[in-house]
Design a protein around this ligand. Structure first.
Ligand SMILES: Cc1ncc(COP(=O)(O)O)c(C=O)c1O
Length: 377
């Protein structure tokens, strides 16, 4: 595979060689310029839970108009304006808001805060594992609790696993990779009880994909002064994964501590795009509806072919595979679909499941008959 990360020296050497060969052979100057790898020109990527529709028009405009910002660090005024905007939307103060470089940074900061020095963390066994893995790398102890038979967080078992040494409890809702959603009242009772003994972090990266209902988000617990951190992102439904904007909502003292652990600064263009995204009230419901339609197209195929899958509420589905289906991703390469990061590599037998990102309705209409044929084979 070509190495696309050219070193400066290689680029200079290459440029000098090209100039020299053009001087020797002027006919070469008429030839097409050497093709460069086109970053982003890829198959239909259905493995990172990105929004295949991209950002709203306002965000796209903001990205274009803020090009001049790319030479500058994000200004304090813009950062404050964004925190104020989020705080207003959530009924909190700007001191409750931590802006981060993607919500991964909320997770790594929380790991650094609570796991350093051997801090104990409780989380689900099958969940988005950036935080627990990071925690382990810095010497934390992670206790992983298996999901229940419906692939949902087993809150009773998680609560029972919280001991005096536990510093953080992580709940991802909807969960990644299963997409399963917890009952709000049950999760709220869990957070109320556990947050009296430990910090609770609720990762709501995919909550926008769930039909809104009162009390769906656990943010009211932050409002009520509980020891709860909510993690959110502009990478998923807002379609800004490459812009790297996420945020946490937490008690001001927690925000202060996490801020001290942040490793980078905030992308100035991303900030403009995220701010503009919040102005478009119609975008999120429209994306949610389209995602539900895409999900329906794929679940119809899965039902028809007798496949088992978790009740998914995000923009992806967690599909159980049989031993003879572990090569499924490779079968879609010729059709222009990338189902896993390395589609040529079979899914490991101990995983035996595919997390399929839902693309646009049109993409899913193209994928559906191919998937049906493949699963029936
Ligand atoms: C559950 C969950 N949380 C957090 C993230 C981090 O995303 P980002 O850093 O782009 O906000 C992801 C990304 O896939 C995710 O699935």
């Amino acid at each position: 595979m070509p190495d696309f990360v050219a070193t400066r020296r290689a680029l200079l050497t290459g440029a000098a060689a090209t100039t020299a060969s053009l001087a020797l052979n002027p006919r070469l100057a008429l030839a097409a310029p050497p093709s460069r790898p086109r970053i982003g020109a890829d198959p239909v990527r259905l493995f990172s839970n990105e929004n295949r529709y991209g950002p709203c028009e306002g965000a796209q405009r903001a990205i274009r108009e803020s090009q001049s910002l790319s030479s500058r660090y994000a200004s304090l005024d813009t950062l404050n304006a964004m925190k104020q905007r989020i705080a207003d939307l959530e009924g909190l103060t700007p001191e409750h808001v931590l802006l981060t470089s993607g919500s991964i940074e909320v997770l790594t900061c929380a790991a650094a805060e609570y796991a350093a020095g051997g801090g104990r963390i409780v989380c689900a066994k099958t969940t988005y594992d950036v935080l627990p893995v990071y925690a382990e790398r810095i010497g934390g102890k992670v206790h992983r609790v298996p999901l229940d038979e419906n692939q949902v967080h087993d809150l009773a078992a998680m609560e029972a696993a919280v001991d005096a040494d536990t510093r953080l409890v992580l709940v991802c809702n909807p969960n990644n990779p299963t997409g399963t959603l917890l009952d709000s009242a049950r999760l709220r009772a869990f957070c109320e009880s556990v947050s009296a003994r430990s910090t609770v972090l609720v990762d709501e990266a995919y909550l926008h994909y769930v039909e809104p209902a009162p009390g769906l988000s656990m943010v009211d617990l932050v409002r009520a002064g509980r020891n709860v951190i909510i993690s959110r992102t502009f990478s998923k439904i807002y379609g800004l994964a490459g812009m790297r904007i996420g945020y946490a909502l937490a008690q001001p003292a927690v925000v202060k501590r996490l801020l001290e652990l942040r490793m980078g600064l905030i992308n100035s263009t991303g900030l403009a795009a995220a701010y503009a995204s919040l102005e478009d009230q119609a975008f999120v419901p429209r994306m949610r509806k389209l995602n539900a339609e895409s999900r329906k197209i794929i679940t119809a195929v899965l039902d028809e072919t007798g496949m088992k899958y978790a009740a998914g509420h995000g923009n992806f589905l967690w599909i159980a595979l049989r031993a003879d289906q572990l090569d499924l991703p490779a079968r879609f390469i010729p059709h222009g679909f990338s189902l896993t990061t390395v589609p040529t590599r079979p899914i490991p037998a101990d995983v035996s499941a595919l997390r399929l990102t839902l693309g646009t309705v049109e993409e899913m209409r193209t994928l559906a008959p191919l998937l049906r044929a493949s699963l029936k084979a």
